[in-house]
Design a protein around this ligand. Sequence first.
Ligand code: GLA
Length: 685
Amino acid sequence: MTLTLSLATLSFAHGPALAQGVNTAPPPLLLGAAWYPEQWPESRWDADLQLMEGAHLHVVRVGEFAWSTIEPEEGHYDLDWLVRAVRLAEKHHIAVVIGTPTDAPPAWLTAAHPATLRVDAAGRPAEHGSRRQFNYASPEYRKFCAAIAEQLARRFGHDPDVIGWQIGNEYTDESFDPATRLQFQAWLQRKYGTLDALNRAWVTAYWSQTYDRWEEIPLSSAGGNPGLLLDHRRFVSDTWRDFQQVQIDIIRKFADPRQFITTNVGGLGWSDNWDHYEITQPLDLAAWDDYVGEGHLNVARNAAMHDFARGWKRQNFWVMETQPGSVNWAPVNTTLDAGETRAMAWQAIGHGADAVLYWQWRDALNGQEQYHGALVGPDGTPLPIYAEISHIGSDFERAAFALKETKPVAQVALLVSYDSRWAVDFQPHNRNYDQLEVLLGYYRPLRDEQLTVDIVNSDASLDNYKLIFAPSLNVISQDLAAHLLTYVQQGGHLVLGPRSGMKDEHNSLNVQRQPGPLVAPLGGRVEQYYALDAAVPVSGTLGSGTASLWAEQLSANAPAVDVLFRYGKSNGWLDDQPAMITRRVGKGRITYLGAVLDPDLMRKVVAWATSDAQVKAEFPAVLAGVEVCRRAAADHTVFVLINHGPIAAHVTLPTAMNDVFQANRRVESVDLVPQGVAVLTTDSR
Ligand code: GLA
């Protein structure tokens, strides 16, 4: 079942049958925290919830590591304490998300059922004492997960204060045990049918890798045949998806449809252990864990990660965890500056989050994360960050009405695919080629033009975009090429970046050279690629600058192909050769940029592309450091302005707007102190 979750649906249904529900509907914009009542005496819970209420927190996530408390012995469940915790939260107008505790199985389980333990790539079984020690592929483990999820869903599936479910926690480590290897071989057999087909797809004649029996195929995550490696990542994605589906099915059976099901995607958003589109597809809501770690908010990177998370399901999302100031796992666990936590929360909202939850509410007295940031200290009194987070909570209450039912709407998209990410990272060819940095090279100038940017899977529907960039779309199959070509023929502008179209869906080289099946419509191709250890000059009609890391020598071999850049003098091979070409095709245009350009030149490329595609921002350029985010509904638009810079900013608005933090006063300009935020609406309600 798929629910469409929006701010509008996230209010509580009330009626006589729901006498126990949260007795005041919480605001649709939610601030919250991860709360672990099982770690504290019950006599303390009310004081904690009172403090949460005081900070305008309206949601807690509970339970995701509480297996040994919920099921202290095999088959003996105790959920009464959790019911009491939910009732107390209700008393404080706090809604609850229940996490299934399957990221941390109890000792009795793994001791009695050792096949449920994960085995690492070196063949060592995991031990009890940390978390994530389970084998995600083990049918036996999944039975225990289904059983505990069923107990939770039977008890809380109709609880009016429980608004949703989180399955597991940050799916992380796969297993390399013999049973999982058999599953991989069976997965391949289902996919290819015959060994002949597999041998052909992977070109196993190379180094005599030809397989005669399915059992010969290794379970490998490194250093193997590129076709095998790509299929292994797909198998890992499918296996996590199946792991998750067992719990979705059981929860859905017992839970009200109004309760959403999600999981929290970790790995700082960009992780590639598995395909985020695959895993979030069966969920009602995407959620990710937004951590800075050491240092300060990297504004563009973090904004891009929100846009990426919004793209998983192409709808608003939650930040299920974020840091209250600091973490405990960075090399140096610095703290965000005063005000920065608030700016960061508003950045999430500006990019489409409908909830932000801090990890964690209170410092645990023991356990591996004693040094992590929290809102409340071990003594149960507020830490300094509590006041700032209360400020965010009261902001959210004030802004909820304006933001209700709004979402970011983009005319420009960046395309990514996990196949491409994996294929490049298996064989980077230049160890400094960082795909996220290459992507940000396109993203930053777009955001500097104050444009809303979607980051979406390459096979997503592209109908709403005037302009798309595909920075490192390494794997382009015939089907993907047809999808992209239709977009272009119907009037879109597709800009392919370096390394595009080198591979097919089996991670084999495309015989047309790059960009594979798009060589013919482009009217040109890549003659040779070069990994660079020094910058190479580039110049042309759009300006001059340099390429670094990667440079492709292009050729134009069809009429009406324009060469926009050529390389200057460098290794002899590249000298005076095309670096960027473009051609009108159908009602649209294809462009190929074969190099990683310096930021200034990239800005000119983006300015040319946006003007050619007639993409315009609704907000004029503002001072550097001031981020403008836009969320729209049918009848009004909301702008979130955040001053990430070190100096105060005076921003003149393009038109008079209501200032939400000044009691909706009509204003024509706003002044933002460093880390200052303004929420402005065109709504005249
Ligand atoms: C992750 C986990 C949490 C906690 C935090 C600490 O996001 O999901 O359980 O360990 O990291 O930053």
